[in-house]
Design a binder for this molecule. Structure first.
Ligand code: ADP
Ligand code: MG
Length: 564
């Protein structure tokens, strides 16, 4: 070995290692999933690069992952013939955390182990999880296409620094040797490893190969030599038939592609033939990622063309308001040498995007119908993002509106659990509009004097208190043929819910107050644009109303805060 150097880990890596070892201990077996996942990514990257440079295969196009162990030495080796790493790449990938959102992640840590381990789960544990079970890790790697002499050996005990040196490595790819901690010897066992591979990595498209267990020789026969065995199904999960897949399969595949730690809430797996041929597998996470509101946060689907991995985080296939979805799209209708620039122009991408968007919305609508409790979890986590939908995606407004849930005067709490379909089903005879009020918080909304007449008449009003609500409502005009009406705006029109007598009584009341109205108009001329007699109120003497086309109170505050 030559050119040996010692490097310190980036501070964040040290923190992550410390945290992981302590908070993920009860999940320690996931290290194998993470290393197999990386090996699989490395093979896919090689396949992609080799599309334009076949020499990278170096006469070895049979991509696989090999797992071996040594009970006496207490080691496990995970070996791949994927893309490999250069020295610089090793230093960067196995010495720092380059992910966007890293500082945000660290700022959200609380020191509470349960909370933090959930957060790490979302952040993605990756390679460093090796140190949950190993007290020394060696990585020997050579980049595809590099000279045999340009192999790299990385070694660390996970305590603040690593060494790196040059070695010869005949085969391209990466070998990772875990030196198991005392007490973790159980992992250096064929049955244990096989079970873990099947449990966590069955969906990996590449063969995961192990030597067969030695079989004791029968009388008079020679002992059978161990041979290579493929342990997993070795078929890309989304290419398999739905009927041969179970929830566990889908859950584990989700963890592989999402870096999320917990199971998804639901998924939609579809193979479509015809004009546009594609297979998609979309997942709805159970929890919002910590960087949901970070504009730069990675998002998008994994893109495959004819089963060849093309890129991660292909953003073009879903609108922003569905950015929390994870998944895969595999199509025949894009070229294998498609690039991010081409994606933005290819008309097939637009078609795929619109198909996938509909698919995602339908999946969520179905979840709302069939699994209301799960849907409520979804809404509580992602409702605010869905509310960006009406402005972004005019074509799908009706579907998006079906996803909405609101607090309303029908219920007694701030929980957003009333759908517009619920609302419409409770509309009064003669009621033509969907009424709502926007306020800063639930208490203010609920106690708004504007609601008095609605209470009296038993008409339900939606109570909106999210910052985005007023803006959203400026893009959402109707649902099921009924228009929305802000109860604080303009003339009150209760449609046919009012009887002739009521209307007459109102007209008479208005006449009898004409003098008062005149006096008030004079006094308040600087402050309001009009004074009217109203039947909006039953208990309060007066209230402020905003013109039909004026900005609402919430928007006004936002604009003021922005200095406008
Ligand atoms: P992630 O997989 O989310 O990127 P990891 O911590 O698992 O994060 O891995 C960090 C990086 O190290 C990978 O993105 C990859 O660039 C590199 N890497 C890890 N394992 C391998 C491997 N077997 N072959 C090639 N590169 C690898
Ligand atoms: Mg990884």
């Amino acid at each position: 070995e030559t050119h040996s150097e010692t490097h310190g880990f980036q501070t964040e890596v040290k923190q992550l290692l410390h945290l992981m070892i302590h908070s993920l201990y009860s999940n320690k077996e996931i290290f194998l999933r993470e290393l197999i996942s990386n090996a699989s990514d490395a093979a896919e990257k090689l396949r992609f690069e080799a599309l334009s440079d076949g020499k990278l295969y170096e006469d070895d196009g049979d991509l696989k992952i090999r797992i071996a162990f040594d009970k006496d030495a207490k080691t496990i080796t995970i070996d791949d013939n994927g893309i490999g790493m250069t020295r610089d790449e090793v230093v960067e990938h196995l010495g720092t955390i380059a992910k966007s959102g890293t500082s945000q992640f660290f700022s959200q840590l609380t020191g509470d182990q349960a909370k933090d381990s959930a957060l790490i789960g979302q952040f993605g544990v990756g390679f460093y999880s090796s140190f949950i079970v190993a007290d020394k890790v060696d990585v020997i790697t050579r980049k595809a296409g590099a000279a045999v002499a340009d192999g790299v050996h990385w070694s660390s005990t996970g305590e603040g620094e690593f060494t790196i040196s040059n070695v010869e490595k005949a085969g391209r790819g990466t070998s990772i040797v875990l030196h198991l901690k005392e007490g973790e010897e159980e992992f250096a066992d064929g049955w244990r490893l096989r079970t873990l591979v099947r449990k966590y990595s069955d969906h990996i498209a590449l063969p995961v190969v192990m030597q067969s267990e030695p079989v004791p020789a029968a009388e008079g026969e020679e002992e059978k030599a161990p041979e290579d065995e493929t342990v997993n199904s070795a078929t890309a999960l989304w290419t398999r038939n739905k009927s041969e897949l179970n929830a566990e399969d889908y859950n584990e595949f989700y963890k592989h592609i999402s870096h999320d730690f917990s199971d998804p809430l639901t998924w939609a797996h579809n193979a479509v033939e015809g004009n546009l041929e594609y297979t998609s597998l979309l997942y709805v996470p159970e929890r919002a990622p910590f960087d949901l509101w970070n504009r730069e946060a990675p998002r998008g689907l994994k893109l495959y063309v004819q089963r060849v991995f093309i890129m991660d985080q292909a953003e073009e296939f879903l609108p922003l308001y569905l950015r929390f979805l994870k998944g895969v799209v595999d199509t025949k209708d894009l070229s294998l040498n498609v690039s991010r620039e081409i994606l933005q122009k290819d008309p097939n991408v637009d078609k795929l995007r619109s198909a996938l968007t509909k698919r995602a919305l339908d999946t969520l609508i179905k979840l709302g119908k069939n699994k209301p409790e799960k849907y409520q979890t979804f809404w509580n986590e992602f409702g605010q993002v869905i509310k960006e939908g009406p402005a972004e995606d005019n074509a799908n407004k009706e579907k998006i509106a079906k996803l909405m849930r609101f607090a309303s005067t029908h219920g007694e709490s701030a929980d957003q659990n009333v759908s517009l379909e619920d609302y419409v089903s409770r509309m009064q005879e003669g009621q033509e509009k969907i009424f709502y009020v926007v306020a800063d918080n639930y208490a203010t909304a609920k106690n708004s004097p504007h609601l008095e007449i609605f209470r009296k008449k038993g008409i339900e009003v939606l109570l909106m208190t999210d910052r985005i609500d007023e803006w959203m409502m400026s893009h959402l005009f109707d649902f099921d043929g009924k228009s929305f009406q802000d109860v604080t705006k303009g003339e009150l029109d209760l449609g046919e819910t009012e009887s002739e007598e009521e209307k007459q009584a109102q007209d008479e009341a208005a006449k009898s107050k004409e003098a008062l109205v005149e006096r008030l108009t004079e006094k308040l001329t600087e402050k309001v644009s009009e004074v009217r007699v109203t039947h909006r109120l039953t208990d309060s003497p007066a209230c402020l109303v905003i013109g039909d086309h004026d900005m609402g109170a919430q928007m006004r505050k936002i604009m003021e805060a922005a200095g406008q």
